[in-house]
Design a protein around this ligand. Structure first.
Ligand SMILES: [Fe+2]
Ligand SMILES: [Fe+2]
Length: 182
C-alpha cells in the first residue's frame, strides 16, 4: 500500500525547491537556468549543426530559385523561394536559442558545408533540383527527430522549438514529393 502522505509518482505537484532556486538564482544569467547546466554544451553543439544545415538549405533553395526562374515551371521556383525563407526563419530561431543558452551561434562560412547534415546542390535540371531538395528535407526530418529524442526533458523549450521546425520540414518533404510525382 502506498503511503498516503507521500505524493504518488503521477501526482501533479510542483517542486518547491526548484521554484525557490529559480527565484534566487543569479539574475544576470537571464534565460539560462541551472537546469540546462549539465547538457548545455551538447545541446548548443546539436543546435549549431542544425544552424549550419538550415543555412546550407537556404543557399541551396536560393540557388535553385534563381536558376529555375524562367524554366518551364515558375511554380516550382516559387515553392523553392517559400522554402528558402522558411529555412531562414528556422536558422533565426535556432541562433536565438543558442544565445539564450549562453552559447555562440556559428555562422562561419568556411566550415558551413562540412558542419551541415544536408548538402548544397547546383543541379540545372528542374527534376534533379526537386530530388536534391527532397533528399535534404528527409535528412533534416531525420536529424530533427533524433535531436528531439536526445533532448527529451533535458530542455523542453528547445525541444518544443525543434518540434515546430520538424513539422515544417515534414511539410516541405511532402510538397517536394508531390512535385516529383506530377
Ligand atoms: Fe528548416
Ligand atoms: Fe525544409
Amino acid at each position: 500500500m502506498p503511503d498516503s502522505n507521500q505524493p504518488s509518482s503521477d501526482s501533479l505537484v510542483l517542486d518547491e525547491q526548484a521554484l525557490h532556486k529559480a527565484a534566487t538564482a543569479d539574475l544576470d544569467e537571464g534565460a539560462v537556468t541551472p537546469a540546462y547546466g549539465p547538457h548545455r554544451d551538447a545541446i548548443v553543439k546539436l543546435l549549431n549543426d542544425a544552424l549550419a544545415t538550415e543555412l546550407v538549405c537556404v543557399l541551396r533553395y536560393k540557388r535553385h530559385y534563381f536558376t529555375a526562374d524562367g524554366m518551364e515551371s515558375p511554380a516550382i521556383a516559387a515553392e523553392f523561394l517559400v522554402h528558402a525563407n522558411e529555412e531562414s526563419a528556422h536558422a533565426d530561431l535556432i541562433a536565438q536559442r543558442i544565445v539564450q543558452l549562453g552559447g555562440s551561434p556559428d555562422f562561419a562560412p568556411a566550415t558551413l558545408e562540412q558542419r551541415s547534415h544536408a548538402d548544397y546542390d547546383e543541379s540545372s535540371d528542374l527534376r534533379a533540383m526537386v530530388r536534391a531538395n527532397l533528399v535534404a528535407e528527409r535528412i533534416a526530418v531525420e536529424s530533427y527527430r533524433q535531436m528531439i529524442q536526445l533532448i527529451g526533458d533535458k530542455d523542453p523549450t528547445t525541444r518544443r522549438m525543434l518540434e515546430g521546425i520538424l513539422a515544417d520540414e515534414e511539410e516541405h518533404a511532402d510538397e517536394l514529393k508531390d512535385w516529383l510525382h506530377r
